[in-house]
Design a protein around this ligand. Structure first.
Ligand SMILES: *Cc1c(COP(=O)(O)O)cnc(C)c1O
Length: 392
């Protein structure tokens, strides 16, 4: 089918929830994709931070294919090796003591919210159920994770939203002001991704972790975007020197298949007891086989050092470009503030010129596959440089 036919079919079929870029992707290898007519695209987005190992990675394809040819699904009524082995390895890599597996970032956060409330309600009574999140955060699209999201634009249409959320500014004074006797947890992103690639201040995180400990509030870290090597360590919390009580992980974890993990410490592992939570597709063996390959590859010092090097290289090149006002972020999660033009127009022009790039509010956002090669980076940077120079 031709690209034009595919676009037409797509537009006639889907609810119009997404503003799509004018690109049809038909095949790919690592960070290089092609449309049906053979036009090349360099990928600086990895499907919004999902394809950690790029497209069609041999090891990942083999792991997923092998599992698909054996048991594609068994349900959580039975044990199976793919999910058990992956879960155990994820705990070893992350330093957590128990995990619940669902299918998306929003679901992982739903689990974290339910866990925090159940822990607090059982220990302190049913009034102590409020969760503090940060202004400008993004936690997902379910009704409850929209309520957790600290941006008014997301609080429309779908009333009534889940109660019990308040939004603090990312500083300790504001957090203190927003705490009530009924607060049970604080939920943060170390780097606000959708909010505009905004890293939290280190000192704030240290103080927040201490405050949470003092008041027995659970610290919930949404590492859906920052996790799985993206920022140069397996989880970003390592760089902030904190070990949150609960950590959620999704996007890059499955290498392209849907997965969401909610990890917790030893003290919390019994909170979500039998029948308290569940998911039909959660811990699917094919997904777990793919995620296990991602772990084997990404959770290695040499691989993570390479992510940091590539991130530094991208940053250095970007900072020198005409049309760039600021570069921020960590590792291979980078935001670029354009000096001229809107991020939407620049991203559209990049796509036209063969570069897939993301935006986050007024910024361009780079989340390339962690396996992107130097050659692919250079090709993409060249396109971006040209587009930025022409931006008005
Ligand atoms: C993408 C994202 C989510 C939502 O993940 P889905 O898989 O789309 O449900 C939640 N939190 C953060 C920080 C994200 O970046």
């Amino acid at each position: 089918m031709l690209s034009e036919e595919i676009k037409k079919l797509d537009e006639e079929s889907f609810m119009p929830t997404y503003g799509r870029f004018d690109a049809v992707l038909c095949s790919g290898k690592n960070a290089t994709g092609h449309d049906c007519e053979g036009k090349e695209y360099i990928d600086f987005g990895s499907g919004i931070g999902v394809n950690s190992l790029g497209w069609a990675d041999e090891g990942w394809v083999a792991a997923v294919s092998r599992q698909a040819a054996s048991l594609q699904h068994v349900s959580n009524l039975y044990y199976n090796p793919a999910s058990a082995e992956f879960a155990a390895e994820l705990l070893a890599v992350s330093g957590y003591d128990a995990v619940f597996l669902g299918n998306s970032g929003a679901e992982a956060n739903e689990c974290a919210i339910k866990l925090a409330r159940k822990y607090s309600v059982e220990k302190y009574g049913k009034e102590r159920c409020e969760i503090l999140t940060l202004q400008n955060s993004f936690h997902g699209r379910t009704v409850t994770t929209l309520a957790a999201t600290g941006q008014d634009v997301f609080h429309n249409y779908f009333f009534p939203f889940t109660e019990g959320f308040a939004y603090a500014e990312p500083n300790i004074e504001s957090v203190r002001e927003h705490l009530t006797g009924n607060t049970c947890a604080v939920m943060i992103e170390f780097i606000q991704g959708e909010g505009g690639v905004l890293p939290l201040d280190r000192e704030f995180v240290t103080e927040l972790a201490a405050l949470c400990k003092e008041k027995n509030l659970l610290l919930l870290a949404d590492e859906v975007q920052t996790g799985v090597g993206r920022t140069g360590t397996f989880y970003c919390c390592e760089q902030y020197g904190v070990h949150p009580d609960v950590l959620t992980s999704a996007k890059g974890l499955g290498g392209g298949l849907p997965i969401g993990a909610c990890l917790c410490t030893k003290e919390l592992r019994e909170v979500m007891g039998r029948s308290a939570h569940g998911s039909t597709f959660g811990a699917n063996p094919v997904v777990c086989a793919g995620a296990r390959e991602v772990l084997h590859r990404v959770a290695r010092p040499a691989f993570l050092a390479e992510v940091r090097e590539k991130g530094a290289y991208l940053r250095e090149r970007l900072e020198k470009m005409d049309g760039v006002a600021e570069v921020r972020g960590m590792g291979m999660m980078l935001g670029v503030v354009p000096a001229r033009g809107t991020s939407a127009a620049i991203a559209a022009a990049c796509v036209e010129n063969g570069l897939l790039i993301l935006t986050a509010k007024a910024l361009l956002r780079l989340l390339p596959p962690l396996t992107i090669t130097r050659e692919e980076m250079d090709k993409g940077l060249e396109i971006l440089e040209k587009v930025l120079a022409e931006a008005k």
